[in-house]
Design a protein around this ligand. Structure first.
Ligand SMILES: *Cc1c(COP(=O)(O)O)cnc(C)c1O
Length: 232
């Protein structure tokens, strides 16, 4: 069992320090504990340490695990969704972080309508332009804003990104700045605020917080390394 209490204490200290550098309050930053590939026992231990919001990136894994986890946990889906998983995702999660296309949004809207639910969502933006990454481009994200008026079951809460993996966290900073700039553009197109910026992972969350992250998605720094066979 990883020493989650010790890991969390260190993370909280670093979150507080990053907030301090940026003149922000730690209350503005939600830790999403990414327990993917870890068992319900490990999740329960993390919940006992006071973590309340957990992220998963595979619907099948979450569907199997969630019933064995403490009932007060709030689940966010942080991975890319396939259309045939939307119905399950709508039932299991209270926020979807990585809506990466309008056809997916349309399918989610339909599934939410059938379930009589509204779903908070974030749009994934591919700020690096890397072909391996999902999401709207910085331009199509702004264009997509208007389409959301056609999806009354989806509440657009903000944007999400994954910075390219590098050895130096500092090199992620321009990508986080870019996401914040896209948020500003989207807000003026929408004529409404988008409160959430989901950016920053174990390797770069302090930089993300300095650049305005409201949600950091943390796996390795809380739970330790995941099994290599299935790295995602
Ligand atoms: C796995 C995952 C994370 C957490 O990654 P760590 O580097 O272990 O903190 C964050 N975001 C997404 C989308 C993920 O799939």
């Amino acid at each position: 069992m990883p020493d989650i209490a010790a890991n969390l204490a260190q993370v909280q200290q670093r979150v507080a320090a990053a907030c301090d550098r940026a003149g922000r309050s730690p209350d503005e930053v939600q830790i999403i504990a990414v327990g993917k590939k870890f068992t319900a026992d490990v999740i329960r231990e993390a919940a006992d340490c006071g973590l309340t919001v957990f992220g998963e990136n595979r619907v099948q894994e979450a569907k199997a695990k969630i019933p064995d986890c403490p009932g007060h946990i709030r689940w966010h889906f942080i991975g890319n969704l396939q259309k045939n998983k939307c119905r399950d995702a709508v039932g299991l999660f209270e926020m979807l972080h990585a809506v990466d296309s309008l056809p997916l949004a349309a399918e989610l809207n339909k599934r939410c309508e059938q379930a009589a639910k509204t779903m908070p969502v974030l749009l994934e933006v591919n700020v690096s332009g890397e072909g391996s990454k999902h999401g709207f481009t910085t331009e199509t994200a702004v264009e997509a804003m208007e389409a959301f008026f056609d999806f009354p079951q989806l509440e657009l809460h903000g944007l999400m990104t994954m910075a390219p993996f590098t050895r130096s966290p500092e090199s992620a900073r321009p990508f986080f700045q870019k996401l914040r700039a896209v948020k500003t553009d989207c807000e003026s197109k929408l004529g409404a605020p988008l409160p959430e910026l989901s950016m920053g992972m174990s390797g770069d969350y302090e930089i993300a917080i300095e650049e305005g992250a409201t949600m950091v998605r943390l796996g390795t720094c809380l739970f330790g390394p995941r099994a290599m066979a299935n790295k995602d």
